[in-house]
Design a protein around this ligand. Structure first.
Ligand code: HEM
Length: 135
């Protein structure tokens, strides 16, 4: 799959959903769930939860047309490569999506924006899976 990239039309989406505060709420809620998840929590850097939250927030802001701070600090996203050290099977993918669904719900976005955001997150989570039952 090709890497996620910023679409020319994405700026409007970033602004329409409320800009930086909306993405901050999204990832804050998401990580509150991840930190307590028995499947996911062990994968994350236990001494750098704030850093992990910042990296995901910056990436999502950039993807949806906000500031490009992510790439300024981290370079090209190369997300599949950056996830290679973590074993992400169906359980991990579904747990990630479970907490992200709760986080998206908490934003109470208009239905069309909710659907746009969720469609991307589902696709991206599937593309990050790197372990399959027959492996
Ligand atoms: C980083 C797990 C899906 C975006 C990470 C990290 C873990 C992880 C353990 C390291 C935390 C850190 O130090 O930053 C997972 C799991 C997923 C998943 C289990 C389940 C499918 C996704 C998806 C996206 C994403 C769908 C994008 C929409 C990121 C970003 C980083 C990251 C931007 C930081 C990369 C960096 O700059 O180092 N993920 N992830 N992840 N993840 Fe995921």
């Amino acid at each position: 799959m090709s890497e996620p990239r910023t679409l020319p039309s994405a700026r409007a989406f970033y602004d329409e959903v409320g800009g930086a505060p909306t993405f901050a709420r999204l990832v804050s809620r998401f990580y509150a769930g991840v930190r307590t998840d028995p499947v996911l929590a062990p994968l994350y850097p236990q001494d750098d939860w704030d850093g992990a939250e910042t990296r995901l927030r910056m990436f999502l802001e950039q993807y949806w047309g906000g500031p490009t701070t992510y790439s300024d600090q981290r370079g090209h996203p190369r997300l599949r490569m950056r996830h290679a050290p973590f074993a992400i099977g169906v359980a991990e993918r579904d747990a990630w999506l479970f907490h992200m669904r709760e986080a998206v719900d908490s934003l109470e976005l208009p239905p069309e924006h909710d659907a746009t955001l969720w469609g991307y997150l589902e696709m991206a989570a599937r593309s990050m899976q790197n372990r399959w039952p027959d492996d």
